[in-house]
Write a protein that binds this ligand. Structure first.
Ligand SMILES: *Cc1c(COP(=O)(O)O)cnc(C)c1O
Length: 503
C-alpha cells in the first residue's frame, strides 16, 4: 500500500538551516553547537560531549520503551505492510545535514511516526509473506542491553562475557539440531552471510572443486559462490524433482560425469526447508553420497533448520545432523529480531583455519587455550554481541515453549492446506511443509494471483506472497508466527476468495 507519511510532528531536524546560519560556514568559526538553536532537550554538560544527563536519559529511554510496547500491543490491529513514496519519505526524513541539534523527543517522534510506520511488520500475526520474523520481547530486551552496553564479541580479551554467551547459545542450538559434539560456530547477520562463511570455510579446507545445488537453492548460495570466485563452470545447478527436491540420481550422475572428465567434485549444497515451498532435500541419501565420494555437505537450513527443535520438524529434517556445515537463521523461526544468522561447521578448526588473522595491532588481544576469538571464525572483526538475545530467549522461555511455538507454526500451515482443499475451485499445489503451503485458483493466471495478494496487502489485513511453483502461479503462506490463530488463517483465506465450509 502506498501512502504518504502519516501526518506527524514537524520534522524539525530535517528543515533546511535558517538563512542566518548559512554564513557560519563561510570562513567564520561556527559558535558552540546549540548556541543559535538552544535545544529544548538534548546534550547537556553533565554527561560530557554527545551525552545526556541521567534524568534526561531516563525520560527518553522510558519514552522509547513505551512506544515499543504500544507498538507491540497494537500490532494485530495495524496494517501488515505500509510503503511510502520516495518523495514523501524524503520530504519528512531528508534535507541537508542538520548543522545544529534539535529536540530529541521531536526527532524520536519522526523516527517512530514516519520511518517505522512505513515498513512490513514481519512479526504481525497475519504477515504470511516471504519469511516472517516473529520476534520475541525477551530477545528485544537483550538486544537493547547489548546496544546500551556497546557489547563487542570480537576477541576473548575484549569481550569474554559476550563471547561466552554466543558460544553457549550456539552450543544449545548445536545440541538441539543434533549436530555432533565438537561442532564450532559463529553468529552472523543472517543466512546469506552464514552461507558465504560456510562456503568460504569449506573451500579453504577442501581446495577448489565443483559445487552442486538444485534450482530451489536460495539465491544467496549462487551469489556467495560468485563472490568467492567459483568459476561458472564449477557451479552445477540441477533441476529439482516433482517434490522440488535435489534429485539424488541426477546428483550422483553429475558427480560421476565430472570426475570422469577430470574435474574435482567438491561440495554439495542441500536445502533443509526451501524458502519457496519448505521442501527438504533427501538429506540422509545425500549425506551417504557425500561420504562415499568425499564431498563436503553444506546444508542451508536458514529457514527450516530451527524446526528440528520439535518432533514433527525433527522427522522432516532427518539427516540434517550429518552436514559438514549447517546454516540456521534465528531471525526467521527462532523468534529473534533482525539480524541473526548462525553457521555451524562440524570439523573443529576449519573456521579458524579459514579466517584467522593476527596482525601486530591485534597481538595483545589474542586468546590462549579455551579462549575463543570470534573474529577468527568469520569475516567480521568488530561485531555486535549477537548471542545475547538468543541466550536470553532460551533462558526466559525454555526449549519446551520454543518447541511448542515452532510446532504451532507447522500445524497452522497444515490447517491452511486442509481449508483450501475444501473448496474445489482451488488446488493445493504444494502441501504444508515446515510451515509453508502454496495453492492456486484453478484456471487463473499470474495476474489474478498477484492481484488478490496485492488487494489483501492493501487492505492492511494480511500479507501473502504470490510466486511460482514448477512455473505455475500460486499464492503462498508462511505461518511461523506463534501468535497467529486459526481464525487469522481462515480470515486470510476467506479474503483471498477461498470458500470455507466450516465457517
Ligand atoms: C532467508 C534464507 C536465506 C538468506 O537469509 P538472510 O537472513 O535473509 O540473509 C538463505 N537461505 C534460505 C533457505 C533462506 O530461506
Amino acid at each position: 500500500m502506498t501512502t504518504a507519511p502519516a501526518p506527524g510532528p514537524p520534522a524539525e531536524g530535517a528543515d533546511p538551516p535558517p538563512p542566518d546560519s548559512v554564513g557560519e560556514t563561510d570562513g567564520v568559526e561556527p559558535g558552540p553547537a546549540g548556541a543559535a538553536h538552544p535545544p529544548a532537550s538534548g546534550p547537556t554538560g553533565g554527561a560530557g560531549p554527545l551525552g545526556f544527563d541521567p534524568a534526561e536519559m531516563r525520560l527518553l529511554g522510558h519514552w522509547v520503551v513505551d512506544r515499543v510496547i504500544e507498538h507491540l500491543e497494537g500490532l494485530p490491529r495495524k496494517p501488515v505492510v505500509r510503503t511510502g513514496t520516495p518523495a514523501a519519505l524524503e520530504a519528512a526524513l531528508g534535507g541537508p545535514p542538520p548543522e545544529c541539534g534539535g529536540d530529541a523527543r521531536e526527532a524520536l517522534e519522526v523516527l517512530t511516526g514516519v520511518a517505522l510506520e512505513h515498513m512490513q511488520h514481519g512479526d504481525h500475526p497475519r504477515y504470511f509473506a516471504r519469511v516472517p520474523s516473529p520476534s520475541s520481547f525477551a530477545a528485544v530486551l537483550a538486544d537493547w542491553l547489548g546496544t546500551g552496553f556497546n557489547a563487542i564479541a570480537a576477541s576473548w580479551a575484549g569481550g569474554s562475557g559476550p563471547t561466552t554467551v554466543e558460544l553457549v547459545a550456539l552450543e544449545w542450538l548445536r545440541e538441539l539440531t543434533g549436530l555432533p559434539p565438537g561442532t564450532e560456530g559463529i553468529m552472523t547477520s543472517g543466512g546469506s552471510v552464514a552461507n558465504l562463511t560456510a562456503l568460504a570455510a569449506a573451500r579453504a579446507a577442501e581446495g577448489p572443486g565443483v559445487c552442486y545445488l538444485s534450482d530451489q537453492a536460495h539465491a544467496s548460495i549462487g551469489r556467495g559462490l560468485r563472490a568467492l570466485g567459483f568459476p561458472p563452470g564449477h557451479v552445477r545447478v540441477l533441476p529439482s524433482d516433482e517434490g522440488l527436491r535435489l534429485p539424488l540420481a541426477a546428483l550422483a550422475a553429475a558427480v560421476r560425469t565430472d570426475a570422469a572428465a577430470g574435474e574435482r567434485p567438491g561440495f554439495v549444497v542441500a536445502t533443509a526447508g526451501t524458502t519457496n515451498t519448505g521442501a527438504v532435500d533427501p538429506l540422509p541419501e545425500i549425506a551417504d553420497l557425500c561420504r562415499a565420494e568425499g564431498l563436503w555437505l553444506h546444508v542451508d537450513g536458514a529457514y527450516g533448520a530451527a524446526a528440528a527443535l520439535c518432533d514433527a520438524g525433527r522427522r522432516a529434517l532427518a539427516g540434517v545432523e550429518r552436514a559438514d556445515s549447517l546454516v540456521l537463521d534465528p531471525h526467521k523461526w527462532l523468534f529473534q529480531p533482525y539480524d541473526l544468522g548462525c553457521v555451524f561447521v562440524t570439523r573443529p578448526g576449519v573456521l579458524e583455519r579459514a579466517f584467522t588473522m593476527t596482525p601486530e595491532y591485534l597481538a595483545d588481544v589474542t586468546g590462549t587455550a579455551g579462549e575463543v576469538d570470534l573474529r577468527d571464525r568469520g569475516l567480521e572483526l568488530s561485531r555486535r554481541a549477537r548471542g545475547l538475545k538468543l541466550w536470553l530467549t532460551f533462558r526466559v522461555h525454555g526449549v519446551a515453549r520454543l518447541r511448542e511455538a515452532i510446532a504451532h507454526g507447522i500445524g497452522l500451515a497444515e490447517h491452511a492446506e486442509q481449508s483450501v482443499a475444501e473448496d474445489p475451485r482451488w488446488e493445493v499445489v504444494t502441501p504444508a511443509s515446515l510451515g509453508i503451503v502454496t495453492f492456486a485458483l484453478r484456471g487463473a493466471g499470474p495476474e489474478e494471483h498477484r492481484a488478490r495478494a496485492a488487494e489483501l496487502a492493501e487492505s492492511g489485513y494480511a500479507a501473502v506472497t504470490s510466486t511460482r511453483v514448477h512455473g505455475r502461479p500460486v499464492l503462498r503462506l508462511c505461518t511461523i508466527n506463534p501468535r497467529t490463530t486459526r481464525d487469522d488463517i481462515l480470515g486470510t483465506l476467506a479474503r483471498l476468495g477461498v470458500r470455507l465450509s466450516g465457517v
